[in-house]
Write a protein that binds this ligand. Sequence first.
Ligand SMILES: NC(=O)c1ccc[n+]([C@@H]2O[C@H](COP(=O)([O-])OP(=O)(O)OC[C@H]3O[C@@H](n4cnc5c(N)ncnc54)[C@H](OP(=O)(O)O)[C@@H]3O)[C@@H](O)[C@H]2O)c1
Length: 300
Amino acid sequence: MTKSTKLGGTFTLHGTSTSLYRMGYGAMQLAGPEVWGPPRDVDGAIAVLQEAIAAGVNHIDTSDYYGPHVTNQIIKKALHPYPAGLFIVTKVGARRGEDKSWLHALSRKELVDGVHDNLRNLGVDALDVVNLRVGGMMAPSEGSIEEPLTLLAELKRQGLVRHAGLSNVTPRQLQEGQRITEIVSVQNFYNLAHRNDDAFVDALAKQGIAYVPFFPLGGFTPLQSSELDRVAASVEATPMQVALAWLLQRSPNILTIPGTSSVNHLRDNLGAAALELPPDAIAALNAIAETVRAASQSTQ
Ligand SMILES: NC(=O)c1ccc[n+]([C@@H]2O[C@H](COP(=O)([O-])OP(=O)(O)OC[C@H]3O[C@@H](n4cnc5c(N)ncnc54)[C@H](OP(=O)(O)O)[C@@H]3O)[C@@H](O)[C@H]2O)c1
């Protein structure tokens, strides 16, 4: 079944007049292997970004610690001066070690430097959305975010940041954050096989806050499931299209940012917006997370 809504329709960011297409693009895959250094094919990376914009995408997710610096520099090279209406969402709160590790960068100086690195490498005077990234690699951990978020709110007042978001947070951290500044989006790990945030997605939908899953296709090792393959065959789509269509149908506040370094994969992914999954396909896909959950419990 197909539907004709462009790029999954739009979602208006809470408290703003900004409407983003629900099918966006995540730029992390544009850096070199392990998100480090330049890609093998810079022209190919530029072509992916230009193709996304040509298709109407108006939401690109990035960070200056991808590369580091490389991904933002490629975005600038490909798209600057930016088309009207393009929203570039970035994040601060992490940095890369010389050994390619991912480290926290939540001190006052690191956060200020992170915002300035993004401004410089993207070539803008203000950043559309900055997500404060906290917690572990894949999962949030409880703890106050007051200090770093208060600083981000200060940078917002200074006009360097237009809107604040949070990444890798718990519902309690969101509540704390909302007492400090308006939060327009939450970016956490979520996909059809990893659904720890189910209740959080629904709670954010009630508040009109965008939920932007990272690793929507499974991340560095994309989703693999015979059930996903079976559903994909039954609806004549690719497994990655089904994974994205499932997210778009899961809740109207979900904005997707699938990452790819390939124009063909980008086209495939954008095509997911036209796919309408029938109820029996949704039921089969919902069962995948149950199987994954049961398997992880049995190994604990
Ligand atoms: N806030 C955070 O902590 C955080 C963490 C991770 C990521 N992110 C953001 O989330 C975005 C998405 O995450 P992600 O890129 O890591 O993972 P993802 O979108 O789940 O998956 C990317 C992987 O899927 C492959 N892929 C993409 N489209 C495909 C297709 N149609 N068919 C087959 N394979 C396909 C990509 O390889 P190819 O390049 O070969 O297509 C890549 O290996 C990132 O770009 C980044 O902006 C945020």
